[in-house]
Design a protein around this ligand. Structure first.
Ligand code: ZN
Length: 197
């Protein structure tokens, strides 16, 4: 028998699995929830359930969306420059630099170590977009890690013959780091100073 009633043990166990939450924080969250008003806890639970029901992936760029297309794809004022990123969190980092183009989320990076092959990523869909949309430029903004670099090379090789300008984030993005942790100003400079491949 644990120290706590079973339901508490169970919730702590589930919360512990969330990113950035260890056993201590999980316990603290449970205490907090027990002390909260019923309606607040119910509302939190319902929001979590709705999250799974309501969040989809945009049919075009694979960003999170509530409907068929995401808010960025629905924005007519965006330039026809596609910034290719590994994850939605990278899109968010680039959005904070005031980038006014569009995106394509790969949902990962090619990785021998994790056995991630190009066909598991949204690369085929990117090629389709390049064929069907009036794309002026592709900026490859994968992370400056070995796997991110390999993914960038793979994509630029595939798109080489399309005649579209392909560029990559400029230096200033530290090698081995992740876009998520780079400040907006540095990232903005890296986009502005992008190099054509
Ligand atoms: Zn979209």
């Amino acid at each position: 028998m644990g120290i706590y009633p079973e339901i508490i043990e169970k919730l702590i166990e589930k919360l512990e699995k969330l990113p950035g939450i260890g056993p201590k924080s999980a316990e603290r969250i449970v205490y907090y929830l027990i002390g909260e008003k019923d309606e607040n806890v119910i509302s939190l639970g319902q929001t979590i359930i709705s999250l799974k029901n309501q969040v989809k992936l945009c049919k075009r760029c694979f960003n999170f969306a509530e409907k068929e297309y995401c808010n960025i794809c629905l924005d007519n004022k965006r330039e026809n420059i596609i910034c290719v990123v590994e994850e939605v969190k990278d899109l968010i980092s680039i959005e904070k630099t005031n980038f006014k183009g569009r995106y394509h989320v790969l949902w990962g990076r090619i990785s021998l170590l994790d056995n991630v092959k190009p066909e598991q990523l949204k690369i085929k869909q990117l090629i389709e977009r390049v064929k069907n949309e009036k794309v002026e430029e592709i900026i490859i903004a994968t992370n400056p890690t070995v796997e991110g670099e390999n993914t960038a090379t793979y994509i630029s090789e595939i798109l080489k013959n399309t005649g579209i300008k392909i560029s990559k984030l400029a230096i200033g993005v530290p090698i081995g780091s992740e876009l998520e942790y780079i400040d907006s100003q540095t990232l903005k400079k890296a986009i502005e100073g992008r190099k054509e491949l």
